[in-house]
Write a protein that binds this ligand. Structure first.
Ligand code: ADP
Ligand code: MG
Length: 395
C-alpha cells in the first residue's frame, strides 16, 4: 500500500478536525470502563491537534448496537474518562450527526474537544451509507483516521467520510502502518515469525504472505497440529483442522522453495482432556499418546525457539504457544515472550491474545511495538488493502 499522509504533513491550525478513534473499550455491567488503553492510545493524536490550534471532533463506535440507540452503549462514560486523561473539558452530544451535533461542532473553538455519540447507533454506519458519510464530513474541514483497529471495515466513519473530506492518518494509525509495514517490507534479517494461537485457518493468509520474507517461522498453539498432520506426524486428540491440511501442505512446499524454514514443536505438554485441571505429561512431539492433546509447547521447544529468537534482528509474534490462560499450559508462551523481551531484535506483536499474554507476564514494555488492531493487523499482514487506510491521501 502507498504511504499515506499523516496529521503532521498537513496544516491543521484553525481547522475543525473530525478524528475517527477506536474507543471501543471493555465495560462492566455497571458501565465502568475496565480497560482504557484504547483511549490512551489516541491521546497523542488528540493532543497534537489541540496544541496546533485545531478543534477536535471525535467519532467512535462502542459495542454492537446494530443501527439503533442502545442506552448502555452511550459514550458518556468514555467522555468522562477522556476528560480525566486530557485534563480539559470534553463536550459530548447525544447524536452522531443530529442537530445538536451540528450545532456543537459549529460552536467548537480551537483547543476544544467534542465527542459525538456512538457511530453505530446510525444504521448507515456499517452499511457505509453515503448520506451519513456526507453528514459526518460536513461537520469538519479535515478527517483524521486514528482507528487502526477498525480500518479493515469500510464503514461511513472509517471509509465513506474520506470521500467527502480530505483524510490523513493519525499518529497511532501512522505508527501501526510503519511497524507492520516493516514486517512486510524492509525488515532486518534474520527475521523470525512466531505464530501460534487457535486455528491455522486464521493464520494461513499471514503464513503465505510471509513466506520468503522471514527466515524462520516458529509454530505452536493449536495451529501447529494441522502443520504436523500435513507433515505426516500423528497428533493424538489435538486440535486439527482437517479441511486445511491440503492448503497447509501446499504452504509447506512453497516455504521450501522460498527459503523459509518452518519449525514445529520438538516436545509438547499434553493433557488427557481440554481442562485446566487435566492430567498432563511432557512428551516428544512424535509420541503424542492416543487420546491426548497438545495444549502447550514443551521446554525443549522453548529452548530451541529461544535460540532462534535471540539470533534474530526482527521478530514478529502472533498467537500464544499454548492455552496460556491456564497455569499448567502457560510455560511455552511465557518462555517465548521472555525470549522476545530478552532479544535485541525489533519486536512487533500482533493479536489480542498475544498482547494479553505479554501483559500477563509483565513483558509489555520489553518489546518494540504491540499492535492495537487484532483483525486489522492480521488482514494487513495478509497483504489485503484496509479500506480505512486506502481512503486516506497518498503521501
Ligand atoms: P491472537 O488473539 O493473539 O491472534 P488467537 O486468537 O489466534 O491469538 O489464539 C488464542 C487462543 O488460542 C487462546 O485463547 C489459547 O487458549 C488458544 N490456544 C493456544 N494453544 C492452543 C492449543 N494447543 N489448543 C487449543 N487452543 C489453543
Ligand atoms: Mg484472539
Amino acid at each position: 500500500m502507498a504511504r499515506k499522509l499523516s496529521v503532521k504533513d498537513v496544516e491543521v491550525e484553525g481547522k475543525r478536525v473530525l478524528v475517527r478513534v477506536d474507543f471501543n473499550v471493555p465495560m462492566d455491567d455497571a458501565g465502568n470502563i475496565t480497560d482504557d488503553r484504547r483511549i490512551r492510545a489516541s491521546l497523542p493524536t488528540i493532543r497534537y491537534l489541540l496544541d496546533k490550534g485545531a478543534s477536535v471532533i471525535l467519532a467512535t463506535h462502542l459495542g454492537r448496537p446494530k443501527g439503533s440507540v442502545v442506552e448502555k452503549l452511550r459514550l458518556d462514560p468514555v467522555a468522562r474518562r477522556l476528560q480525566e486523561l486530557l485534563g480539559i473539558t470534553v463536550k459530548k452530544v447525544d447524536t452522531v450527526v443530529g442537530e445538536d451535533a451540528r450545532a456543537a461542532a459549529e460552536a467548537l473553538q480551537p483547543g476544544e474537544v467534542l465527542l459525538l455519540e456512538n457511530t453505530r447507533f446510525e444504521p448507515g454506519e456499517t452499511s457505509n451509507e453515503e448520506g451519513l458519510a456526507r453528514a459526518l464530513a460536513s461537520l469538519a474541514d479535515l478527517y483524521v483516521n486514528d482507528a487502526f483497529g477498525t480500518a479493515h471495515r469500510a464503514h461511513a466513519s472509517t471509509e465513506g467520510v474520506a470521500r467527502f473530506l480530505p483524510g490523513v492518518a493519525g499518529l497511532l494509525m501512522q505508527r501501526e502502518l510503519d511497524m507492520l509495514g516493516e514486517v512486510l517490507g524492509e525488515a532486518q534479517r534474520p527475521f523470525t515469525a512466531v505464530l501460534g494461537g487457535n486455528k491455522v485457518s486464521d493464520k494461513l493468509g499471514v503464513i503465505n504472505n510471509l513466506l520468503g520474507k522471514v527466515d524462520d517461522l516458529l509454530t505452536g498453539g493449536g495451529m501447529c497440529f494441522t502443520l504436523m498432520r500435513a507433515m505426516g506426524l500423528s497428533t493424538g486428540a489435538s486440535l486439527v483442522e482437517e479441511e486445511q491440511v491440503d492448503a497447509v501442505r501446499e504452504a509447506l512446499k512453497r516455504a521450501e522453495g522460498m527459503g523459509t524454514r518452518i519449525h514445529v514443536p520438538l516436545d509438547l505438554v499434553v493433557a488427557d482432556r481440554f481442562a485446566e485441571d487435566a492430567e498432563t505429561r511432557v512428551v516428544d512431539a512424535r509420541d503424542i499418546p492416543e487420546g491426548w492433546m497438545g495444549l502447550d509447547i514443551g521446554p525443549r521447544t522453548v529452548e530451541a525457539y529461544r535460540e532462534v529468537i535471540l539470533a534474530s534482528r526482527t521478530v514478529f509474534w502472533n498467537g500464544p504457544m499454548g492455552v496460556f490462560e491456564w497455569g499448567p499450559f502457560e510455560g511455552g508462551t511465557r518462555g517465548v515472550a521472555q525470549a522476545i523481551a530478552d532479544s535485541e531484535a525489533v519486536s512487533i506483536i500482533g493479536g489480542g491474545d498475544s498482547a494479553a499474554a505479554l501483559r500477563k507476564f509483565g513483558l509489555e514494555d520489553r518489546v518494540s511495538f504491540v499492535s492495537t488492531g487484532g483483525g486489522a493487523s492480521m488482514e494487513y499482514l495478509e497483504g489485503k488493502e484496509l479500506p480505512g487506510v486506502a481512503a486516506l491521501r497518498d503521501a
